[in-house]
Design a protein around this ligand. Structure first.
Ligand code: A3P
Length: 290
């Protein structure tokens, strides 16, 4: 299965992301009204895209959801050039790999954070289902890989730290998956003001409703007749197939997977770095809340 993953600057990438593309990222021409949607895989990328799409539609009307920055090969960078703005550009890239112009043009960034334990569980299932990723049959084997950062896009905490410590940090809104689960309309409003849009409470509730796990899952199931995934609909470099995304959409599923020992190992290995991160220390489980 090793032909599905290759390494670039020490970070494992799916081979769907070509080395050529990664080397060409600086050719990307950013615009001031671009929004970069950043996440470590399995943190809620598709959810955020849906929220943003619905939010723009009920306010300014116009938005383009672009393919991920690092997807495929350098021809994609030319395609991006022709898309009308404002563009929402998803990416799972660590901060040091982001195209230079994203920094020089002060583009806004939304970074989605999810409890790494739930992220690991979500990624484990995804590895089984996604033909672009190797299959790892045992949870304990997968967890070891996750803790060593030997999964696609590398270490969860290093990814978060790269964005938390970036100079562009002031232009970044950090959003927790768990907060969205708790009170989506409230965070729709927060995202909306960050983007300089304005929504009424009722509109925020409507956006939240249209972006709920159930509605999104049902919509994808209704589209099942179109058996073939639509590559123009790709928002994550790991798949163009939305049917692989909507598994449980829950907070705390890690408790159904981690043994007490695995939980202790997880915290022992990540705790120091987590303590050094203001954002990671706020994840519910580290506050003992979940
Ligand atoms: P689970 O595997 O835990 O169900 P990404 O889009 O970054 O690949 O993240 C996928 C995860 O987000 C999956 O987690 C998926 O179910 C969850 N997700 C997608 N849409 C969601 C929604 N509307 N509400 C809550 N979770 C959602």
């Amino acid at each position: 299965n090793s032909e599905l993953i290759h390494s670039y600057k020490g970070v494992p990438f799916p081979t769907r992301v070509s080395i050529n593309q990664l080397n060409s990222l600086d050719a990307f021409e950013a615009r001031e009204d671009d929004l970069l949607l950043v996440s470590y895989p399995k943190s809620g990328t598709h959810w955020l895209v849906e929220i943003l799409k619905n939010l723009y539609h009920c306010t300014s009307g116009q938005v383009t959801i672009a393919p991920p920055l690092e997807f495929q090969d350098p021809s994609k960078i030319c395609e991006l050039r022709n898309l009308p703005g404002p563009r929402v550009i998803p990416t799972h890239l660590p901060q040091n790999m982001v195209p230079r112009q994203v920094r020089s043009k002060d583009c806004k960034v939304i970074y989605v954070i999810r409890n790494p334990k739930d992220t690991a569980v979500s990624m484990f299932h995804y590895y089984q289902q996604n033909p672009h990723l190797p299959t790892v049959h045992k949870w304990s084997t997968f967890l070891d890989l996750f803790l060593k950062g030997e999964v696609v896009y590398g270490s969860w905490i290093d990814h978060l730290l790269s964005w938390e410590r970036a100079e562009t940090n002031e232009n970044t809104l950090f959003v927790y998956y768990e907060s969205l689960k708790k009170d989506l309309p409230k965070y729709v409003q927060e995202i909306s003001s960050f983007l300089g849009l304005s929504v009424t409470e009722e509109q925020a509730r409507e956006v939240a409703k249209r972006s709920s796990f159930r509605e999104m899952k049902e919509r994808v199931e209704r589209e099942k007749q179109r058996e073939r995934p639509d590559p123009t609909n790709t928002v994550c470099a790991l798949t163009s197939d939305r049917k692989l995304i909507f598994r449980k959409g829950a907070v705390g599923d890690w408790k159904n997977h981690f043994t007490a020992e695995q939980n202790a190992t997880f915290e022992a290995l990540l705790q120091d770095k987590i303590n050094s991160s203001e954002l990671a220390s706020c994840v519910d489980s580290f506050l003992g809340l979940s």
